[in-house]
Design a protein around this ligand. Structure first.
Ligand code: AHR
Length: 638
């Protein structure tokens, strides 16, 4: 049999076996290219899908702060607690405001005598259940309360099962008065009662009999926190914050997204209302179908960026809301002042008005801020050229060191950085992985501020493996072009399984558990395994299916090769050649792969997750088979 016949027989066999083979991949280590942007991979947080309230923000009480502005008579989450035979009600009291911001309270009205051994009060079932978890070893509960009708306490504070049969933790406030005061207790659950995480629980505050019918007890700002990330007060949920920290993001974009703009100008992210004492934060209606407490406010965002050691990318409200309302230029004054004050709050020293306010709020040290984004997705407005110019001029006049990010190309002012967003269906990212290859090198830098493969998504689907690999294909192009693409982040970041307004998301959770999607693992891997210098690569493998990018990490003296296979068949690279590499000290191979529609879920959170193993590289030439639907990352020690 001649050589050609053998080759053709092998080709047929390979096709039958579903194997693409015979390609080469050259890694031109001897021709290093541009610097990889040092802040290339980061995160974008927006209050969507209960990403914050009920999610990253660790507050466990739903509807914590009551005010008519926010809730009308809405007592969502609350219920009256009363022993059998006791009569009582809860309702919103407008006559007993906590303060001028939260100008109502929750009233517990005792409508019958309560005998010794009986109780009456209020429960809250949190965001789809109050969580008990073995690692939640203590909770901080606090609330404002007062009583009339001769009741002076005590109040019993508990975490208990929904049916009341198990009390996990209990504490007492010995006495209360006729004036609102803040009360704080620590709740320490009995460890033996919490073997596994549970959400079938409520938080209760009750008064014990004997009580008479003329007693009323009033509450507001009822709050319950488990241990928080880095033990910050008013802090973040540990498992969710840790997942983000584990990805070592270089920057943190916030607060939106549509959440920044609001459905109306009134419902924008008004940062001034999100700082200071939580009892002074009115909250506001967000554009994703629920109220935000704004407990996760500007300072909490900034402190999280600090904890992540991440660059801040601040989105500022610039006079446009999602309903199409635009602030006319002549009325823009207060909005300009607001943005300048916001920047002063972040970077001003304590001798400035807003720097002093930040210090009073608990953070005397100024933060570093370079990137300020003017609005969000302003291609939907028709006056961005005007608004961009106004804010560009005002910000740079006061803070010339800022890098301004535009959300839409306009010619009214220079655009130092442009924010591009992509939410395509399957195939678009692989087809367009060269999107930035020919972008002008002397124009704007690029920030890919939101992207995700978004196709065939039903409520039961959470970013499957194929979608993740499409993202990864595009990301090889981002890294290859990271001389002009300086930052990129996936969106949305989080989805609460009980309230999904947008699919897919990077990380899903309920009140006690969370899991990363394959798409998030792609983000994680591209971010944690990074080089500082781009190394050009070429291959004759099918460019519709096989994607590659390389870099060198000078700190660790490592050559990093990222390969993505978006196809349903393995792709064999017969010869990977490391041009210019004379010796190696071994390597590590990390692979993320799964079936096309495989996804992670609560029951199997790590079904599609990265696996690492030693990779024996003894010369500068070797073969590699990229599994179907895979991201492979080779780290070769030089
Ligand atoms: O990420 C979800 C939404 O997508 C963002 O709020 C908005 O910026 C984009 O349209």
């Amino acid at each position: 049999m001649g050589l050609l016949r053998i080759i053709s027989a092998l080709t047929v066999l390979a096709a039958v076996l579903g194997l693409t083979y015979g390609s080469v991949l050259n890694v031109n280590y001897n021709q290093p290219g541009h610097d990889v942007s040092p802040i290339l991979w980061g995160i974008f947080f927006e209050e969507i899908n209960h990403a914050g309230d009920g999610g990253l923000y660790a507050e466990l009480i739903k509807n914590r702060a009551l005010s008519p502005k926010r809730h009308g008579s809405n007592l969502d989450g609350y219920a009256v607690v009363k022993s059998e035979g006791v009569d009582g009600r809860i309702y919103v009291s407008r006559e007993n405001p906590l303060n001028s911001v939260l100008d109502t309270s929750l009233r517990v009205n005792v409508d019958s005598n309560v005998a010794a051994g009986q109780r009456i009060g209020v429960s809250n079932n949190g965001y789809w259940g109050i969580p008990t978890r073995p690692d939640y070893t203590s909770y901080k509960a606090s609330f404002y309360a007062k009583a009339v009708g001769g009741f002076t306490g005590p109040l019993t504070v508990q975490i208990e099962s929904t049916n009341g049969s198990v009390v996990y933790a209990t504490a007492q406030v010995p006495s209360i008065t006729e004036e609102f005061q803040k009360y704080e207790v620590t709740l320490t659950p009995t460890p033996a009662l919490i073997q596994t995480p549970s959400l079938d629980n409520v938080f209760t505050i009750t008064a014990n009999g004997p009580l008479t019918t003329n007693v009323s007890i009033f509450f507001n700002v009822i709050s319950l926190f488990p241990p928080t990330f880095k033990n910050r007060p008013n802090g973040l949920r540990t498992d969710l914050a840790q997942k983000l920290a584990d990805a070592k993001p270089s920057f943190f974009r916030f607060p939106g997204g549509n959440f920044l703009e609001g459905a109306t100008i009134e419902e924008r992210f008004a940062w001034e209302d999100t700082i200071g004492d939580i009892a002074q934060r009115p909250g506001h209606m967000g554009p994703w179908g629920y109220y935000s407490t704004d407990g996760l406010g500007l300072l909490e965002y900034l402190e999280f960026a600090e904890d992540l050691n991440a660059e801040i990318v601040l989105g500022v409200f610039t006079g446009y809301a999602l309903n199409g309302e635009s602030v006319p230029p002549e009325e823009m004054g207060p909005y300009i002042d607001s943005v300048l004050n916001e920047i002063e709050y972040i970077i001003g020293n304590t001798s400035t008005t807003w720097g002093a306010r930040r210090a009073a709020d608990g953070h005397p040290e100024p933060f570093n801020l370079t990137y300020v984004e003017i609005g969000n997705e302003d291609w939907i407005s028709n006056d961005y050229h005007l608004r961009y110019a106004i804010f560009y001029d005002s910000i740079l006049a006061r803070y010339p060191q800022m890098e301004i990010i535009a959300t839409q190309v306009v010619d009214s002012r220079p655009i130092p950085v442009i924010d591009d967003h992509f939410y395509p269906g399957f195939g678009w990212f692989p087809d367009n992985h060269r999107y930035y290859d020919n972008a002008p090198r002397n124009g704007s830098k690029i920030f890919v501020g939101e992207y995700a493969t978004r196709d065939n998504i039903s409520p039961e689907e959470y970013a499957n493996t194929a979608a993740a690999m499409d993202d990864a294909a595009f990301m090889t192009g981002i890294e290859r072009n990271s001389d002009i693409v300086i930052m990129a982040c996936y969106a949305p970041l989080f989805g609460h399984l009980n309230n999904l307004a947008w699919q897919p998301d990077g990380i899903y959770f309920n009140g006690v558990q969370s899991f990363a999607t394959p798409a998030w693992w792609v983000q994680h891997l591209f971010s944690v395994i990074r080089g500082d210098t781009y190394i050009p690569t070429t291959s004759d493998a099918d460019e519709q299916k096989f994607f590659h990018v390389a870099s060198r990490n000078s700190d660790t003296n490592t050559l990093i090769l990222k390969m993505v296979n978006t196809d349903q068949n393995d792709i064999q690279i017969e010869t990977v050649t490391l041009e210019g590499v004379t010796s190696t000290r071994g390597g590590t191979l990390t692979v993320l792969t799964g079936g096309r529609w495989d996804q992670n879920e609560l029951a199997e959170p790590l079904r599609v997750s990265p696996k690492s193993q030693a990779f024996n590289v003894t010369s500068n030439s070797f073969s590699y088979t990229a599994p179907a639907f895979s991201l492979s990352i080779l780290e070769i020690q030089l």
